[in-house]
Design a protein around this ligand. Structure first.
Ligand SMILES: *Cc1c(COP(=O)(O)O)cnc(C)c1O
Length: 386
């Protein structure tokens, strides 16, 4: 059996080397390293793939989120509601812009932001909601959009983990995550579902004015050369990364299908076990996300009951199986984001998940032998520690 990795980027590269290498070589030969033709080509191709009017490439997913908020003109003191159970980048940029982060609990089934918790957190200062399509599963966008409309709030999707996922609207139509709210951010960090070989990110929007504003912000607030109309940042996707991404984009659906296939095999092994809850979806799909396209499995995460999760982590590692705990500490208890307004009773779900979730190896190169070995090792541990 091949050595099991949490993410196998070497195996993936070996299969696409013959398209990636010439694409990078083109950039080297042209010496157009910043904002070269590759960046524009990738931007155009991603716009077509997503069905969105504007993709604005930038340096990473954290910048993308920050720039989206700057583009919307959010101001110090404005409250921005986001999920307590996510990667810190989401809350970090809110705080960095001197906006007020308001963390709320998540749904115990989807792990995504809880719409009722958002509703309760809305005040006269609330300006935006940031749903994260956590682990690759679309958040409950129809209800969030409705709530946002009612209170005149922006919806900024953090799509760093969800690229390629579909969301099924109430009317049955499908739309890609990242083009549903007012604006969205994504990350091309190497381990993301569409990853480059360094840092990268992008902002998506259908709003022409917002896109114009954001294009200036990413480039030092310049709309005309050496005229700085607003305070901007320097955040660019370099041409070499765009070359990698443009070579990988045609494979994105296939990559996400491969992830779903792996998830299906995991599910078959774990489904029905009294101490294991498999990743499950929202009610409009069949509730098991590996059988529809609402989940792109950035992570495959189990929710355990009456299992010593940390001992399982040690056991898996001892057997050569890497695994992850995303996320071990809720954001509302992180030193940087402590706020006396928070009440532990309002974070019951997150406070449970941090001790009960475990993410198993998930990538495009997992084979059946590896999956069988992983599921068997997990099940043996749980069944033998009763
Ligand atoms: C990865 C990630 C980011 C940040 O992306 P970077 O490219 O690493 O800056 C933001 N939000 C979420 C949910 C992520 O998973």
């Amino acid at each position: 059996m091949k050595k099991i990795q949490m993410v196998d980027l070497q195996g993936q590269y070996a299969k696409i080397k013959d398209v990636v290498d010439p694409s990078i070589q083109e950039v080297m030969d042209s010496a157009s390293f910043i904002n070269g033709p590759k960046v524009h080509q990738f931007q155009k191709n991603l716009e077509d793939y997503l069905g969105v009017k504007h993709v604005i490439p930038c340096a990473n997913g954290t910048d993308a989120l920050q720039i989206a908020m700057m583009g919307l003109g959010l101001e110090p003191g404005d409250e921005v509601i986001t999920a307590d159970f996510t990667f810190a980048a989401t809350v970090e940029v809110i705080a960095l812009l001197q906006l007020t982060p308001v963390l709320v609990d998540v749904d115990p089934v989807t792990f995504n932001i809880d719409v009722e918790a958002v509703r309760k957190a809305i005040t006269s200062k609330t300006k935006a909601i940031v749903p994260v399509h956590l682990f690759g599963l679309a958040a409950n966008m129809d209800e969030l959009l409705e709530l946002a409309k009612e209170h005149n709030l922006y919806v900024i999707e953090d799509n760093a983990q969800g690229i390629g996922a579909n969301y099924t609207r109430r009317n049955g139509s499908k739309i890609k995550t990242g083009v549903i709210g007012d604006v969205a951010s994504t990350s091309f960090f190497p381990s993301k579902n569409l990853g480059c070989y360094g840092d990268g990110g992008a902002i998506f929007t259908n709003d022409d004015n917002l896109a114009h504003t954001i294009r200036g912000i990413v480039n030092h607030g310049m709309y005309k050369r050496y005229h700085h109309d607003v305070v901007g940042v320097n955040s660019r996707l370099d041409s070499i990364q765009a070359a990698v991404l443009d070579a990988k984009l045609p494979h994105l659906d296939e990559y996400n299908n491969t992830r779903r296939n792996a998830a299906r095999k995991y599910n078959e092994a774990f489904n029905g076990h009294p101490q294991i809850t498999i990743p499950s979806g929202r009610t409009e799909c069949d509730g098991i996300c590996s059988t529809c396209d609402c989940h792109v499995f950035h992570q495959y995460t189990l929710n355990l009951r009456d299992v010593d999760r940390d001992a399982l982590v040690v056991h898996l590692n001892e057997n050569g199986i890497p695994c992850g705990v995303y996320y071990p500490i809720p954001l509302h208890r992180q030193k940087a984001y402590l706020d006396e307004r928070y009440n532990e009773d309002d974070f019951k779900v997150t406070n449970t998940l941090i001790n009960s979730v475990i993410s198993l190896p998930m990538h495009t190169e997992l084979d059946d032998d590896q999956i069988n070995f992983i599921t068997q090792t997990v099940l043996d541990f749980i069944n033998n520690s009763k």
